[in-house]
Design a protein around this ligand. Structure first.
Ligand code: GDG
Length: 465
């Protein structure tokens, strides 16, 4: 192949060695880019009134090209169509979806603008890998400008059921744009099934049983590629001084720690988690003063109202629960709405007896995998995982729960804190083997392999291995 060109809404900061400064996904993509002398293209994160052509710079063997957006585009394309329309829609929250024509128009316009700025940088033999819901129409815009490159698309979030998707005005147009890619990747077979169902029922298209879908006189290949962890990075984190220190300090406390780590996002089921923890304290008085829930909430999309309201609600719920059950020496629910360094976070994972990862819907959920990867093999903790996270399809040995049931989740918390060590070890071993095998390298290699090859992708679902 020629170069690999990665396109995403935002571009990670790349240092002089060609490594992304933070974040597993960014690091994996930068590794792939280094291997293929690649180009990474996206929004700079900056606003400017009259943005010009892409700003291209070379860092550690990777070209990074960014464009600015106008204030209007940021509001209508990013906060608007991406985060007030598509995000809630794909997370099964049509009640939160905002339909504004200005959002849809800006979404189309920014994708055209990406295409305009990217076209002059492309070479004939480049392979493009486009990421996530912000950029569904990008291949269409590039094709309209004559691009004949191979273009793949990976969706990091769920694909909604047909009945939910069709509440979006012009849903046909969105799906039609997917057919300009050569390969579409979903996190799980379940999200792929939902896409296929739309194609068959809504577009009257057909599947060939080998990963190809035909509709609207076009054919596209689609597969499931579950994302995983950068295991090298994880091991380095676990061994870091900051992780050791954090873990030792937390373990010295005279209580069992439960941990939650989530962006403050309504898809993550945070109020439901707090309510279930309250139910557990109510049902199991013998555990009071012996267990605490540390909820780390990474602030996110703070320009969007639904996110501001959620943060306020969580603060007041945590205060109420602490007021109800806390004592002078014990706060049962520690809600920390700040980002934490990754090494400190890893130490906290390792110190916790259980992680409560209970999104209402989630494309995959990497926190579940990070928690498993961070455990002490001799005394591992328990993963409580929502069956509605993509990760649940792989992580069958977790305590799988329905986060909508306060009582079921409270029961799972009790099971986790009471689980004998032998059972914890047996479950953890099986989970760890999967996390280590289906890692980030496996993910990107299997996607790129299918994108570059002509062979059918069906039957290669890594989940089925
Ligand atoms: C989307 C999809 C899919 C969290 N708090 C802090 C912090 N984090 C890190 C975690 C983890 C990452 O953020 C969150 O990843 P998730 O996968 O859990 O969720 P989303 O952000 O919603 O990601 C998701 C993912 O894309 C990848 O395809 O799995 O389904 O929604 O790595 O550790 N990191 C730091 N401080 C924090 O306070 N440094």
């Amino acid at each position: 192949m020629g170069r690999l060109v990665v396109v995403s809404n935002r571009v990670a900061e790349i240092d002089s060695r060609g490594e992304a400064s933070k974040g597993g996904l960014a690091m994996a993509l930068s590794a792939a880019l280094r291997e293929h002398h690649g180009l990474w293209f996206g929004w700079s994160g900056q606003a400017s009134a009259a943005p010009g052509p892409a700003n291209v710079r070379r860092n550690g063997g990777i070209d990074v090209a960014t464009i600015d957006l106008t204030e209007d585009e940021i509001e209508n394309y990013y906060n608007g169509f991406s985060n007030r329309t598509l995000w809630p829609l794909c997370h099964y929250r049509p009640d939160l979806v905002m339909h504004e024509r200005a959002y849809g128009a800006a979404y189309a316009q920014v994708n055209e603008k990406f295409a305009d700025a990217l076209m002059p940088l492309l070479r004939e033999d480049d392979t493009l890998w486009v990421h996530d819901y912000h950029l569904v129409p990008l291949a269409r815009a590039l094709r309209a400008r004559g691009a004949q490159n191979r273009i793949g698309f990976f969706l990091h979030i769920p694909w909604p059921a047909r009945q939910v998707l069709s509440t979006l005005p012009r849903h046909h147009q969105l799906v039609q744009a997917m057919f300009d890619y050569d390969l579409i990747g979903f996190q799980t077979q379940g999200w792929l099934d939902a896409f296929e169902d739309y194609v068959v029922e809504e577009l009257k298209g057909s599947l060939d049983g080998a990963g190809s879908l035909t509709a609207l006189d076009r054919t596209v290949r689609a597969g499931a590629y579950p994302i995983g962890l950068d295991m090298g990075e994880m091991r380095a984190m676990v061994a870091s001084e900051a992780a050791r220190r954090t873990c030792a300090t937390m373990k010295a406390e005279d209580q069992q720690l439960l941990i939650g780590v989530d962006r403050i996002d309504y898809s993550k089921g945070l109020p439901q988690k707090f309510a279930a923890f309250e139910q557990f304290l109510e049902d199991e008085p013998q555990w009071r003063e012996k267990v605490a829930l540390l909820q780390i909430g990474q602030p996110s999309r703070t320009d969007v109202e639904a996110y501001q309201q959620l943060h306020d609600r969580l603060l007041s719920e945590a205060g109420r629960i602490n007021g109800e059950f806390g004592t002078l020496a014990w706060a049962p629910l520690r809600y920390r709405a700040q980002s934490m360094p990754r090494d400190v976070l890893t130490g906290a994972y390792r110190a916790a007896r259980a992680a409560i990862v209970t999104p209402l819907y989630d494309g995959m959920n990497l926190v579940a995998k990070e928690y498993v990867a961070a455990q002490d093999p001799d005394d591992p903790g328990v993963l409580i995982l929502s069956r509605f996270a993509g990760a649940a399809a792989q992580m069958r040995e977790a305590l799988l729960v329905n986060p909508n049931s306060r009582e079921d989740l409270a029961d799972a918390i009790r099971r986790a804190v009471e689980m004998p060590r032998a059972e914890r070890i047996a479950r953890w071993k099986a989970l760890y083997a999967g996390v280590a095998r289906d890692d980030l390298t496996a993910w990107r290699q299997s996607f790129l392999h299918d994108l570059l090859g002509d062979r059918p992708v069906g039957g290669q679902d890594p989940l089925a291995r």
